[in-house]
Design a protein around this ligand. Structure first.
Ligand SMILES: Nc1ncnc2c1ncn2[C@@H]1O[C@H](COP(=O)(O)OP(=O)(O)OP(=O)(O)O)[C@@H](O)[C@H]1O
Length: 320
């Protein structure tokens, strides 16, 4: 029996929307997906006309779809933004070098400027070299801290007003549960915000960071990429054995199977909790070594780098 789209009631439907469980045709799915992101952008006043926006481009599914959708909405609704692709090459052979090829293809497809900055140039170390020093455990701490600052440095170099990342609703729901499970109320309040940074609260973060996919489901991003025939790099990072996040991810996938709205409900619950959290913000200052915003006299990136250069990276991790 032919099934019709529950939205337009006209075309044949062969997609079940992960967010709603409703049958939908391809055209209505594209429209709903894009319009929900447009609504998130408009209702949160994410942009001003004329702004230069650095899009964090890793070559993975989220940022590939982010580039496509932002490019589309910027034209359709005349946001008046200048979009620039910013990629950080962490120096992971067989992973980032391959995914950056996808970003270069996107640059050509959309005709956007692309800037690639490497950990080697910025810090003197590749992740391959760091992992040789410290092993697989905890290498994500180095990578995460360095990437935050590298994106900030890149955006500053490009004279950008804001940085966009492809963090999606699933990523945010995971981070919320992780922060609840470890009783970190400060980070719980921060992780649920659609815009962070620019206030000197987080080290290495002085340009605002925006998450236009805050309410967008990972499954829908994958579906959109598939039906739009977008090419992305889908291999997991070879150095990321983040066991804690992995358990939380599995938990969310299980809950989502029984109740698809759970992901967005977790986000809404955390938004309500965050309103009532009164956390004292750390005083902002400039790192005495690199001059970037920090909550201590030496920022996290410089602290880690210092110990790495002295051959004592594990000491730095203990302080984290
Ligand atoms: N090397 C990088 N260069 C530029 N931006 C990055 C890089 N790594 C991550 N990002 C940004 O941070 C977002 C979240 O990164 P995360 O590591 O969670 O990857 P992900 O969930 O696999 O996302 P993606 O599918 O875009 O790779 C990405 O969507 C992207 O915007």
């Amino acid at each position: 029996m032919v099934k019709f789209c529950e939205t337009c009631k006209d075309k044949k439907a062969f997609i079940v929307r992960p967010k709603t469980g409703k049958l939908i045709c391809q055209e209505c799915f594209f429209t709903a997906f894009e319009e929900e992101i447009h609504y998130t952008i408009i209702s949160n006043n994410l942009f001003k006309r004329g702004e230069r926006i650095a899009v964090g481009a890793s070559g993975g599914k989220d940022s590939t779809v982010l580039i496509h959708v932002m490019n589309h909405l910027n034209k359709k609704y005349d946001y008046g933004l200048e979009l620039i692709l910013l990629s950080i090459d962490e120096g992971i052979t067989g992973y980032r070098d391959d995914s950056l090829e996808t970003v270069k293809d996107n640059q050509v497809t959309y005709g956007l400027q692309l800037k690639i900055l490497s950990y080697k140039d910025l810090y003197g170390w590749t992740m391959d070299e760091i992992v040789k020093q410290i092993g697989l455990n905890n290498n994500c701490t180095f990578c995460g801290v360095f990437r935050r600052q590298a994106l900030d440095r890149g955006a500053q170099l490009l004279n950008c007003d804001k940085i966009l990342t492809g963090h999606n609703a699933d990523d945010i729901a995971e981070t919320i549960l992780m922060n609840i499970a470890r009783g970190d109320f400060f980070r719980l309040g921060r992780c649920v915000q659609i815009t962070t940074g620019g206030d000197g609260v987080d080290d290495d973060d002085h340009i605002p960071r925006l998450k236009p996919f805050k309410y967008t489901y990972e499954k829908e991003i994958v579906l959109y990429a598939y039906h739009k025939k977008l090419v992305y790099f889908s291999t997991e990072c070879i150095y990321s054995p983040n066991a804690y996040r992995g358990h939380v991810r599995e938990l969310i996938k299980d809950i989502e199977k029984v109740r698809p709205s759970s992901i967005v409900d977790i986000i809404h619950s955390a938004e309500q909790i965050a309103i009532n959290i009164n956390v004292k913000l750390p005083k902002k200052m400039k790192c005495t070594q690199c001059g970037f915003v920090s909550s201590n006299s030496i920022c996290k990136a410089c602290g880690l780098l210092d110990k790495l250069n002295k051959g004592k990276p594990k000491v730095a991790l203990k302080a984290e």
